[in-house]
Design a protein around this ligand. Structure first.
Ligand SMILES: *[C@@H]1O[C@H](CO)[C@@H](O)[C@H](O)[C@H]1NC(C)=O
Ligand SMILES: *[C@@H]1O[C@H](CO)[C@@H](O)[C@H](O)[C@H]1NC(C)=O
Length: 340
């Protein structure tokens, strides 16, 4: 085989592995079921119970993380109003829960990482989907559906090696990225997908798209009280992270000028109740067109803009949502990124 066809073959092998997760090789437990399979596919049953729990048992003693790639349609989160006594947007009707995290609404191509340290004695992780009663047709609640590809990632003992042969669940459009990523090393299969510690999301490919939870094509609302890291794969040659904010709408209620919704407006030096603190934190960032430099971005400050980040060390950005609600202003973000 030529080098190119070899790469193509490897890419297709990776896809075969991906498709395998949707066919024979993947375990497909039912609600209430357990599995210790490395590749697991979870699909909503025809008549889902109120509470559907999947018990994921460690595939091996080297398991260190679960990567969950998922699409789902559940009830939208509940927005505060005078009757419900809520202060911030939260998932109360339907939700998908794991390790205290609750997600709901509509997701199309989303993923999360869940720590699963078998070495530390954690034997299983439960994934639950809890549904509100849909009596008499369920009012205006959607018909619940979910599809999740769960992969048990194994870390070589004592190391989080992030390169190697891609053999896992991957999104279809990332074929090219797989070809670029293929760097076979004996014995290491999962390393490419293993995330740095404490990243809720990890994007190992050099390019891709990121959306906030329940972005729902710009019609959604993100849950409040979130604070999580979105991480990228840094290689020796990496110099910067470039973010293209195709859509950006994160809280605030100040009616400031676009380029004032930065830094101190997003995360005030003095915390005060009721002040919006929804933001995306991008270390050492510059808005390319205007040359404005900032670290915290909120409101619609970077709607339509390209932002570059040139910090040394781990490549990560942070999303924070507060415990307040600014009606109509908490839609979220849709970014494309490039690691350069
Ligand atoms: C897993 O737990 C072991 C034992 O407590 C610890 O030494 C190791 O660093 C942990 N690994 C990760 C990836 O957190
Ligand atoms: C990212 O989204 C854009 C716009 O929808 C699309 O054209 C592009 O193919 C996507 N890229 C990847 C890697 O998914």
């Amino acid at each position: 085989m030529s080098n190119n066809s070899c790469l193509l073959y490897l890419a297709l092998t990776a896809f075969a592995a991906h498709f395998a997760t949707t066919t024979a090789a993947a375990a497909k437990p039912n609600c209430g079921g357990s599995t210790s399979s490395k590749y697991i596919e979870l699909l909503q049953p025809t008549n889902p119970p109120r509470e559907c729990i999947y018990h994921i048992n460690a595939y091996s003693s080297n398991v260190c993380q679960l990567r969950i790639d998922f699409a789902m349609t559940l009830a939208q989160p509940t927005v505060p109003d005078e009757q419900n006594g809520l202060w911030y947007v939260q998932c109360v009707k339907d939700y998908f829960a794991v390790n205290g995290l609750k997600l709901c609404g509509t997701e199309i191509a989303q993923h999360i990482y869940v720590p699963f340290n078998r070495t530390a004695g954690v034997k299983n992780v439960d994934l639950s989907i809890v549904l509100a009663v849909r009596a008499g047709g369920g009012g205006n609640l959607p018909t619940p559906s979910w599809k999740m590809a769960v992969t048990q990632l194994e870390c070589p003992s004592g190391a989080a090696i992030r390169s190697g042969l891609a053999t896992l669940a991957v999104e279809n459009e990332q074929m090219e990225a797989i070809e670029r990523a293929v760097q076979p090393r004996a014995g290491i299969k999962d390393g490419f997908f293993v995330a740095p510690p404490d990243c809720l999301q990890y994007f190992p490919y050099a390019t891709g798209n990121i959306t906030s939870f329940n972005f729902n094509g710009g019609a959604g609302v993100y849950p409040g009280n979130m604070n999580y890291a979105i991480c990228f794969r840094r290689q020796q040659s990496t110099q910067s992270l470039e973010l293209n904010a195709r859509y950006f709408g994160l809280g605030t209620g100040y009616q400031r000028q676009k380029f004032q919704e930065l830094d101190n407006y997003c995360r005030p030096q003095l915390a005060a109740a009721g002040v919006s603190e929804d933001y995306l934190m991008v270390p050492q960032a510059t808005i390319v067109d205007s040359n404005i430099r900032a670290t915290y971005f909120c409101g619609d400050s970077i709607q339509g803009d390209i932002v570059t980040s040139t910090n040394p060390g781990p490549l990560a950005i942070t999303f924070n949502s507060d415990g307040n609600y600014k009606a109509g202003q908490e839609v979220g973000f849709s970014l494309s990124y490039r690691v350069l």
